[in-house]
Design a protein around this ligand. Structure first.
Ligand code: JD8
Length: 379
């Protein structure tokens, strides 16, 4: 890949030498060129700005120097990246897209920005991408160009030592990162979560996914838009403090299952609060509140390539309002990207539950133990 930068502050790009882009250059993966815009401003003061048509504060960058610069630096068919606060948000998907280009040219503006005709002129012969690196205002495009460069260059094939680590990243799977730890296992009285010391890879993966979902739902609900609750309410990822309420609701909800399945051992009714506290961090758990009251919940975790859904509960007095179906859809949506199947089980005598699951696309797969049936649905 070749990257050119056009700017009135070329020194902003000296760090490129040291940075990962410099390493990519050494690996022959990247060819970097920085150009001072003023070389295309031919008046004595090499003027690159002028007053805005229509009035207003500040100055606008003149079209002529830019036009000449891009005539020289931007080949037909290349990609012109114009950092601007009014651009499309930079995302991992955009970074992946740009990483597939052969030639990128960054037009780094200053003042109030660049005369719009420069972009319109370039768009006649090249791809023009106006990109913003975030909803805040910088003084120019240089820092933003460095941000885009890092996000793109690290995705270049052959650049990152272990490509695998790219897969697991924030935003790669649409979720934020889970908490990470290293030695010592105890530090200043703060201990590493026991599951991470367990050596049980499935439990570790389940815990990490649950943490990623919880963080994403909490910090970036825009990335994990939990749908609006029918009839109102708030859906969120469970936290340890929810254990008591979930335990109480669970006991209330499985009484009906007991009546519908006489003689069948129902784990939810034999669990202690401590049992529930123990499994809560190992599952992705959603809780549904209405006016501050816990009215529903559901959990799920990976079983090989299946998303094993369970403990789908709705307060008995609120059943029949579609909350069960809603929770089922929402817990399905928390499944990791590589999950291929949803699975769940219920009592062979729980015909009402089975009806809801079948209406949601699940198919009965038979008894997995006396009185307990498995249902699955392809993703
Ligand atoms: C390019 C000039 C400054 C912007 C008047 C302050 C990107 N996420 C981002 N925030 N700000 C920029 C950005 C700001 C720039 C230029 C990018 C060129 N300015 C202007 C408009 C308001 N001044 C950016 N990417």
């Amino acid at each position: 890949m070749r990257i050119d930068y056009v700017t009135i502050f070329p020194d902003y790009f000296s760090p490129l030498e040291l940075s990962l882009a410099g390493k990519a250059r050494d690996k022959g993966l990247l060819d970097l060129h920085v150009h001072d815009l003023r070389q295309w401003a031919h008046d004595r003061h090499r003027t690159v700005d002028d007053t805005p048509y229509g009035g207003g504060a500040g100055m606008v960058m003149r079209p002529e120097p830019w036009g000449e610069a891009l005539d020289q630096v931007l080949p037909d068919g290349a990609t012109l990246v114009v950092p601007t606060p009014s651009g499309a948000p930079l995302t991992q998907a955009v970074a992946r897209e740009l990483a597939g280009r052969e030639r990128l040219v960054f037009a780094c503006g200053r003042y109030e920005g660049i005369d719009q005709r420069v972009l319109d002129d370039a768009a006649a012969r090249a791809e023009v991408r106006e990109i913003s690196v975030g909803d805040y205002v910088l003084n120019g495009g240089e820092v933003a160009a460095l941000v885009v460069t890092e996000a793109v260059v690290r995705l270049l094939p052959g650049f990152m030592g272990n490509a695998e680590s790219l897969v697991e990243e924030s935003h790669e799977d649409g979720l934020l990162e889970y908490p990470i730890y290293t030695k010592p296992a105890s530090w200043r009285g703060l201990d590493v979560p026991e599951v991470l010391l367990s050596g049980d890879h499935a439990r570790v993966a389940a815990w990490r996914h649950a943490e990623a979902v919880r963080r994403t739902a909490e910090r970036r609900p825009d990335l994990l838009p939990l749908s609006a609750v029918p009839g109102g309410g708030e859906l969120r990822a469970a936290v340890p403090a929810d254990a008591g309420e979930i335990f109480t609701l669970q006991l209330a909800c499985w009484v009906q299952e007991m009546h519908d399945n006489p003689g069948v051992e129902i784990p939810a009714l034999h669990e202690t609060l401590d049992d529930l506290r123990a499994w809560l961090p190992d599952w992705t758990v959603l809780v549904l509140h209405r006016e501050g009251r816990l009215v529903g919940a559901a959990r799920a975790r990976r079983e090989d390539d299946a998303w094993d859904i369970g403990r789908l509960m709705v307060a008995p007095d609120l059943q029949g309002q579609g909350l069960g179906r809603f929770l089922l859809t929402e817990i399905e949506r928390t499944a990791p990207a590589d999950i291929t199947t949803y699975s769940l089980f219920t009592g062979a005598g729980s015909l009402r539950n089975q009806g809801m699951y079948k209406r949601s696309g699940y198919r009965l797969r038979g008894e997995i133990e006396p009185g307990v049936v498995l249902l699955t649905k392809p993703r």
